[in-house]
Design a protein around this ligand. Structure first.
Ligand code: ADP
Ligand code: MG
Length: 319
C-alpha cells in the first residue's frame, strides 16, 4: 500500500457495547462520517445497555412485574426481532436470560458456579413469553418481578447494521466494520477485489484465524467459547447460556460463524446456533437460507454448502 492510499484510509478504534470496535472507510477520507458512525454506536449503547441506569433496557428491568414502560421505537423494534428469534428457536435465544447472566456473572464474579437450587429458582424467571409488547404505544413490560432483559446477544449486530445503513446513505463504497467480532464488509476492497475476511480460531488468541471467507457486501459474525469464560476443574464455563438448563450451552461447539446480509440477524443467529447445536443448527441455517460454519470440540469444521467456493482453510504455514 503506498503513502497516498494510507492517507486516504480513515478509521476509528473505540470501546463501546462492552467490546473493542473498529470502523474503517477505504474509498475516501471522511473523518466526519466516521464520527457520526461512532456517535451512532454510542447512542445505541445508551439506549440498550443493561448497565446504564437510564437505558430503555434498564427502565424495562426496573419496572419488571409493575407494568408497561415507554421505550424508543428502535429499542422496541430490536426487542421485537429478538422475540422472533425466540419463537423460531423455541426459546434457545431468549433476551429474558438476564437473571441467569447475573447469577453466573461470567467475566465479573470470580469463577462462580451457581447451586442447583439457584439455577432452578433463577431459571423460572427466564421466559420470553412473559415479555409483552404494546405495539400501538411502543411500550414493553416484563410480567414477573425479578425478570430482566439483556440485548447482549443481538445489539452489536444491530449497531453494525446501523453503520452499514449510514454508510450506504453516504455512498461509501468500501469499508469494514468490526464491532467485537460482528463484521460488516461494505462493497469490495478499494481496488475492486473481494474481501478476504479471517475467521477467528476459537483455540487461539484474538486475531488468529483458521480460515478465511472471500466475500463482497456481506456480514460475518462469530461467537466463540474463547470470548468470555472461566475454567474450573478442567471444565470451561462460557457466556452463552442455555435458558432451558441455566447452564452454559454445551453442544461440543467451540465457535459458530454466520454469513448473511443482515448483521442483526447474524448476531442473534450465532447465539441461537450455539444453544441448539450443529445438527439442529444446520437445519435452521438451511431453512433461513443463510450460511454458517461450526467448529466442534474435536476440531471438525462444518460449513454449509453455499460456502463451497467462498470459504478456505489456512494451511499451517499461512496465517
Ligand atoms: P458475544 O457478545 O461474545 O459476541 P453473543 O453475541 O453470542 O456473543 O452474545 C452473548 C451474550 O448474549 C451474553 O453475554 C449474554 O449477555 C447474552 N446471552 C447469553 N445467552 C443467551 C441466550 N441464550 N439468548 C440470548 N442472549 C443470550
Ligand atoms: Mg450474538
Amino acid at each position: 500500500m503506498n503513502e497516498n492510499q494510507m492517507k486516504s484510509n480513515s478509521e476509528r478504534i473505540f470501546y463501546a457495547l462492552g467490546t473493542l470496535n473498529q470502523i474503517k472507510i477505504f474509498d475516501r477520507l471522511d473523518e466526519q462520517l466516521l464520527d457520526i458512525a461512532v456517535q451512532r454506536v454510542l447512542e445505541i449503547e445508551t439506549l440498550m445497555s443493561a448497565f446504564k441506569t437510564d437505558s430503555d433496557v434498564s427502565k424495562i428491568n426496573q419496572n419488571a412485574g409493575k407494568g408497561f414502560v415507554s421505550i424508543q421505537a428502535e429499542t422496541y423494534r430490536l426487542i421485537k426481532r429478538s422475540l422472533a428469534f425466540s419463537k423460531m428457536s423455541d426459546g434457545a435465544f431468549d433476551i429474558t436470560v438476564r437473571p441467569l447472566v447475573e447469577l453466573w456473572g461470567i467475566g465479573k464474579k470470580k469463577n462462580y458456579i451457581p447451586t442447583e437450587e439457584e439455577l432452578i429458582c433463577t431459571g423460572k424467571l427466564v421466559d420470553y413469553r412473559k415479555l409483552i409488547l404494546d405495539k400501538n404505544n411502543h411500550r414493553a413490560a416484563l410480567r414477573d418481578n425479578g425478570q430482566a432483559i439483556d440485548l447482549g446477544g443481538i445489539a452489536k449486530g444491530y449497531a453494525a447494521e446501523e453503520i452499514k445503513r449510514i454508510f450506504a446513505e453516504n455512498k461509501v463504497k468500501s469499508a469494514l466494520i468490526n464491532l467485537g467480532g460482528n463484521i460488516v464488509a461494505i462493497g469490495s476492497q478499494p481496488d475492486g477485489k473481494v474481501w478476504k475476511i479471517g475467521i477467528q480460531n476459537p483455540c487461539a488468541p484474538t486475531g488468529k484465524y483458521f480460515g478465511f471467507l472471500s466475500i463482497i457486501d456481506k456480514t460475518i459474525v462469530t461467537s466463540g467459547i474463547n470470548e468470555r469464560f472461566f475454567m474450573k476443574d478442567g471444565i470451561r464455563y462460557h457466556h452463552i447460556l442455555d435458558p432451558r438448563t441455566g447452564m452454559p450451552a454445551s453442544n461440543k461447539i467451540l465457535s459458530v460463524t454466520v454469513i448473511c446480509d443482515c448483521s442483526t440477524d447474524a448476531d442473534a443467529l450465532t447465539t441461537t446456533l450455539f444453544v441448539i447445536g450443529a445438527e439442529h443448527g444446520m437445519e435452521l441455517v438451511k431453512k433461513l437460507k443463510t450460511e454458517a460454519i461450526f467448529v466442534t470440540e474435536s476440531l471438525d469444521i462444518i460449513a454449509s454448502i453455499g460456502l463451497k467456493d467462498k470459504f478456505n482453510l489456512f494451511n499451517n504455514n499461512e496465517k
